[in-house]
Design a protein around this ligand. Structure first.
Ligand code: ADP
Length: 407
């Protein structure tokens, strides 16, 4: 009996003890689970945040993600990738072919080869290629991807990676390549143009040296020396003109052509320059005709307008078939008009706009050296004055260039 009472008491104490333990265990578990859930929740939030930052980073870098399931040939892409591809995300059903059909046919073949290589070597796939997101629009993209192989076999089951739009970079590269090509052509042309007068001068010096050495008296007559000096002066002015054109072209392309405006009369400027270039014109057998009229004054850069006029005058001499050059200075409706007309080879209608562009020359049957820079520079100078150069020409009959300037 005593034992029974004792047993009952023990079992109830034991029960309380066990219940206590269970309760503590339950409480501890709830606490641990709560902590764990909080941690999970925090981690999930962090994950969501980093996913958002990743999406933002991918979007900012115009980068999309893709994943091809090779077992059922479907694709999962990020919205950015679809945007690059010009595909509406709501209409995209995951077909791989709908994306591939937008790849440039020339690049598609190369892409297949690169994919094969990547599978064979279990290597990273990387390729730049062109796509047509919309009709008539071409985009450059670069894709990087990696294969996932089925465990224990070498069968690729998944192909995933990133793609980003490099169109802007490609365009800049193309621009840079074109600029380098133009620069190279320019340097070639400039050195060729400079070499011609330099070679002539060098030859003349060699002949003079030979004449001196052999005491050749006929070589040192007044007429011959005068003729040589004139020729050398012509070569020197050509070299100087070429160097000035090269420097001006470089200043224009860097936006550094500075104008210094002052008040002066165009008649006066033309008279001065014709006087300076009288010898050159006479030597070339060209008659320059100019009758000054009433004052035509304005605020212009004298040095630069002299350059414009000289370019037109020298072109008249070079392309004028040794016929007279007519110069006029007038004004009309508050505009000053300075024109240079020759009766030379003329310019075909299809060339008349083009010759004002950089390095552009008309295709004449008659070969005259030049870099195609003079009219380009003249046009820029006149445009910087708020004016324009007009051209009237008939092929085979002559040309008239008119500089129009606001007064
Ligand atoms: P270039 O040094 O080549 O003459 P320009 O810019 O001065 O360069 O002229 C560009 C081109 O325009 C020339 O190459 C020539 O074909 C044409 N041209 C310029 N002036 C005349 C002109 N008065 N008559 C005929 N063609 C001309």
């Amino acid at each position: 009996m005593t034992n029974a009472i004792f047993d009952t008491q023990l079992s109830s104490t034991m029960q309380w003890f066990l219940m206590g333990i269970s309760l503590s265990f339950a409480l501890a578990s709830i606490f641990v689970i709560a902590c764990y859930r909080r941690k999970m929740f925090r981690q999930l939030n962090e994950l969501k945040l980093s996913q958002k930052s990743l999406e933002f980073a991918l979007q900012s870098g115009r980068m999309g993600t893709w994943e091809i399931n090779l077992e059922n040939d479907t694709v999962k892409c990020s919205n950015e990738m679809l945007y690059i591809w010009g595909v509406n995300p709501n209409e995209f059903k995951g077909q791989r072919s709908s994306l591939q059909s937008k790849v440039h046919p020339e690049d598609l073949e190369k892409m297949r080869t690169n994919i094969d290589i990547a599978i064979q070597n279990e290597a990273l796939f990387e390729m730049e290629y062109r796509i047509f997101p919309f009709y008539g629009v071409e985009r450059w993209v670069v894709s990087r991807g990696q294969y996932t192989f089925a465990p224990h076999t070498k069968r690729p089951i998944r192909f995933s990676g990133v793609v980003y739009d490099i169109t802007e970079k490609k365009l800049k590269e193309e621009e840079l390549k074109a600029a380098i090509k133009i620069r190279d052509q320019f340097l070639m042309m400039a050195s060729h143009e400079l070499r011609t007068p330099l070679t002539c001068m060098q030859l003349q010096l060699q002949v003079a040296e030979w004449d001196l050495k052999h005491r050749f008296p006929e070589a040192f007559t007044y007429d011959r020396i005068e003729n040589n000096i004139k020729k050398n002066n012509q070569h020197l002015s050509r070299i100087t003109r070429l160097i000035e054109q090269i420097l001006d072209e470089s200043k224009i392309s860097q936006g550094r052509l500075i104008m210094l405006f002052e008040q002066f009369d165009l008649n006066e400027m033309v008279i001065d320059l014709i006087e300076q270039y009288k010898v050159t014109a006479e030597f070339s057998g060209v008659h320059v005709i100019f009758t000054p009229g009433p004052k035509v004054e304005g605020m212009w850069d004298r040095f630069r307008l002299e350059q414009v006029f000289l370019n037109l005058l020298i072109n008249g001499i070079r392309y004028g078939n040794k016929k007279p050059i007519h110069i006029t200075v007038n004004s009309k409706d508050k505009m000053a008009l300075l024109s240079v007309r020759d009766e030379g080879i003329g310019i075909r209608p299809e060339d008349q706009k083009r010759i004002f562009e950089r390095f552009e020359r008309a295709n004449h049957d008659k070969e005259v050296n030049g870099m195609g820079l003079g009219l380009y520079i003249a046009n820029r100078i006149v445009a910087d004055h708020g004016g324009e150069i007009r051209l009237q020409s008939e092929y085979g009959k002559g040309s008239e260039f008119t500089v129009v300037l606001p007064m």
